[in-house]
Write a protein that binds this ligand. Structure first.
Ligand code: HEM
Ligand code: HEM
Length: 185
């Protein structure tokens, strides 16, 4: 069983973390955007409930997302598929920026809550107290701005990333979908 990446293919650890992170990120977008929509519609109760889910899921899985980012840097990267240099650059830049945007979200989310003077409430089971002695407006606004930049960056990059994956599978000669299983030797 190949757990770790090598030059030929992704290992099971990367593959498991890639898809676990993708599911968590989808859950974060669904709860975050639905909370936003409920807020716009003036439904404070629904917004509160959805935001509660967003924060609880985010806090529960932030370490999985962090592990996903670290594991990507801690392992060898498989040699990228052969394609034009500009596309190789675009693909690698997209991967780097995706990892950065995930990092921004898992830092700015908790920071926005703590700097607002609140604890992070996880499914009403327990809460993670703020390291700030009092609310800090400057940090709070900065964290909210970063969370907004992070979410739109992430959304745009995911769209580009999916297009890239589809191109490899359907348009490239010998194209393959490398995030499903390691190559058998
Ligand atoms: C939803 C959030 C997603 C994020 C944040 C994400 C992020 C990444 C990153 C950073 C890599 C580079 C390898 C690594 O560092 O582990 C990668 C590779 C890959 N992803 Fe995603 N991904 C997402 C969703 C998807 C989806 C929905 C698909 C399928 C359409 C997909 C297909 C792939 C494939 C095939 C590779 C391997 C690329 C190669 O051949 O090197 N990803 N992904
Ligand atoms: C990849 C991970 C994440 C994504 C994609 C994401 C996405 C979003 C989205 C779409 C919103 C919009 C809600 C609105 O406009 O009202 C939002 C807001 C928010 N999120 Fe996240 N989020 C992530 C991680 C986190 C984490 C880990 C936490 C904290 C544990 C968190 C806490 C918050 C808070 C407090 C807000 C409301 C304040 C604000 O808009 O900055 N988020 N997030």
């Amino acid at each position: 069983m190949q757990w770790i990446n090598d030059k030929r293919s992704y290992g099971w650890l990367s593959i498991a973390l890639h898809w676990a992170a993708a599911l968590i990120i989808v859950a974060m977008f669904v709860t975050g955007f639905r909370a936003d929509m409920a807020g716009d519609a003036g439904d404070r109760e629904a917004r509160g409930m959805l935001m509660g889910w967003h924060i609880s899921i985010g806090a529960s899985f932030a370490l999985v997302l962090l592990a996903r980012v670290i594991s990507s840097y801690a392992q060898p990267r498989p040699t990228p598929p052969e394609q034009a240099p500009a596309l190789k650059f675009l693909s690698s830049a997209t991967h780097q920026l995706l990892l950065l945007a995930v990092l921004i979200q898992i830092i700015s989310g908790p920071l926005a809550i703590w700097s607002g003077g609140r604890a992070i409430n996880v499914f009403d089971l327990f809460s993670i107290p703020s390291p700030f002695a009092t609310a800090n407006d400057g940090v709070h606004e900065f964290a909210e701005l970063m969370h907004a930049i992070g979410r739109w960056t992430l959304l745009g990059l995911i769209a580009l990333h999916i297009l890239g994956a589809l191109k490899h599978v359907f348009m490239d000669e010998n194209g393959e979908f490398r995030m499903i299983a390691p190559k058998r030797s």
